[in-house]
Design a protein around this ligand. Structure first.
Ligand SMILES: NC(=O)C1=CN([C@@H]2O[C@H](COP(=O)(O)OP(=O)(O)OC[C@H]3O[C@@H](n4cnc5c(N)ncnc54)[C@H](O)[C@@H]3O)[C@@H](O)[C@H]2O)C=CC1
Ligand SMILES: O=C(O)C1=N[C@H](C(=O)O)C[C@H](O)C1
Length: 255
C-alpha cells in the first residue's frame, strides 16, 4: 500500500531533506508540502494519511491539534516538549471517559532524534548511568537553532536521571560555590546540560561520565541532515499501525 505523506515545514533545514526522502521512498507518495502561512486544510484536501511535522516549538501544537482531530497520523521531530504539552496531546488522543467518545485511532510519534547513532548514544548513556558518580551532557549545534538545550540532550539527561534514581544513586552534588549564571549549564533532573551554538556545526552530543580514576565519553555526530531520514521514513511506516502516542523512535527499533 502506498502511504500518502505530507511534510509540514517543507522549506526548513530538515523539512526540505524530508521532502526529498519521501519523494524517493518507493512506498510513499508526497501529496502536500506546507510552509509558514500555508492552510492546514491543504492536508485534508490532499488526502494525507501521515504528516511529517518539522517546524518550530511555537507551531507544533497547532499543527498536531489539526492533524489528530482530522484523523491524520503524525511523525514529528520538532522540539519544545514538556509534561504540560504531552498531557494536552494525550488528552486529544484519548478523550476523557466523560465525553463518551472512543479513543481516536490516530498515531503520533514524537522523536527527539531520528538518527540511529543518536538513539544508540542515548541507550548507551542510559546503561552507563548507574555505574558513574558524575555525569554531564554537552550538546553542540548550528548557530540557527531556536531552542536550548536540545530535545535530544533533555531526553538523554532525563533517561540518565531516571536510571540513576532506579539504581538508588542520589542526585550528584555540585561543589560550586562561586560561579557566573549559566556557567554550570541547565539543570535537567539534576544532570547538568551545556549547550554550544557554533556556525559550521550541525548536531552533536557528548555525554561524559566520571568516577574514581576514569572517565567514559559517549559522543555522537550528525554531519548532514540525511542522518535523520531513515528514522523519519521508519516512523512514517510504523506510526500508521501504532495508535496513540509513541515518544522516541527507539520504540520502533529492535533495541
Ligand atoms: N528529531 C530530530 O531528529 C530533528 C529535529 N529537528 C527539529 O526540527 C525543528 C525544525 O528544525 P530546522 O529544520 O532546523 O528549522 P528551520 O527553521 O530550518 O525550519 C523550520 C521550518 O518550519 C517552517 N514553519 C514554522 N512554523 C510553521 C507552521 N506553523 N506551519 C508550516 N511551517 C512552519 C519555517 O518557516 C521553516 O521553514 C526544530 O525543532 C529542530 O530542533 C531538527 C533536526 C533533527
Ligand atoms: O535543531 C536541530 O538541528 C536538531 N534538533 C533536535 C534536538 O533538539 O535534539 C535533534 C538534533 O539534535 C538536531
Amino acid at each position: 500500500m502506498t502511504l500518502r505523506v505530507a511534510v509540514i515545514g517543507a522549506k526548513g533545514r530538515i523539512g526540505s531533506e524530508a521532502v526529498k526522502a519521501v519523494e524517493a521512498a518507493p512506498d510513499m507518495e508526497l501529496v502536500a508540502t506546507l510552509g509558514r502561512g500555508s492552510r492546514l486544510e491543504e492536508l485534508t484536501e490532499a488526502g494525507a494519511q501521515v504528516a511529517v511535522e518539522l517546524t518550530h516549538p511555537d507551531s507544533v501544537m497547532g499543527n498536531l491539534d489539526y492533524c489528530v482531530h482530522n484523523g491524520i497520523h503524525v511523525v514529528t521531530g520538532t522540539t519544545g516538549w514538556d509534561d504540560l504539552r504531552l498531557s494536552e496531546l494525550e488528552g486529544w488522543l484519548v478523550p476523557a471517559e466523560a465525553t463518551g467518545r472512543p479513543p481516536l485511532p490516530v498515531g503520533v510519534l514524537i522523536a527527539p532524534n531520528f538518527s540511529i547513532g543518536a538513539i544508540l548514544g542515548m541507550k548507551f548513556s542510559q546503561i552507563a548511568a548507574k555505574y558513574f558518580e558524575s555525569v554531564e551532557v554537552v550538546e553542540l549545534h548550528h548557530d540557527r537553532k531556536a531552542d536550548a538545550p536540545s530535545g535530544t540532550a533533555t531526553r538523554t539527561a532525563q533517561l540518565i536521571a531516571a536510571a540513576r534514581a532506579e539504581a538508588g544513586r542520589p542526585k550528584q552534588q555540585d561543589p560550586t560555590t562561586h560561579s557566573l549564571p549559566g556557567a554550570r549549564g541547565a539543570d535537567v533532573d539534576g544532570v547538568p546540560v551545556h549547550a554550544v551554538r557554533l556556525r559550521g556545526l550541525l548536531a552533536h552530543q557528548q555525554v561524559m561520565f566520571g568516577d574514581t580514576g576514569e572517565t567514559l565519553t559517549i559522543r555522537h555526530d550528525s554531519l548532514h541532515h540525511s542522518s535523520f531520514m531513515p528514522g523519519i521514513l521508519l516512523g512514517v511506516r510504523k506510526v500508521v499501525e501504532t495508535p496513540g502516542l509513541t515518544f522516541g523512535l527507539e520504540h520502533f527499533l529492535d533495541l
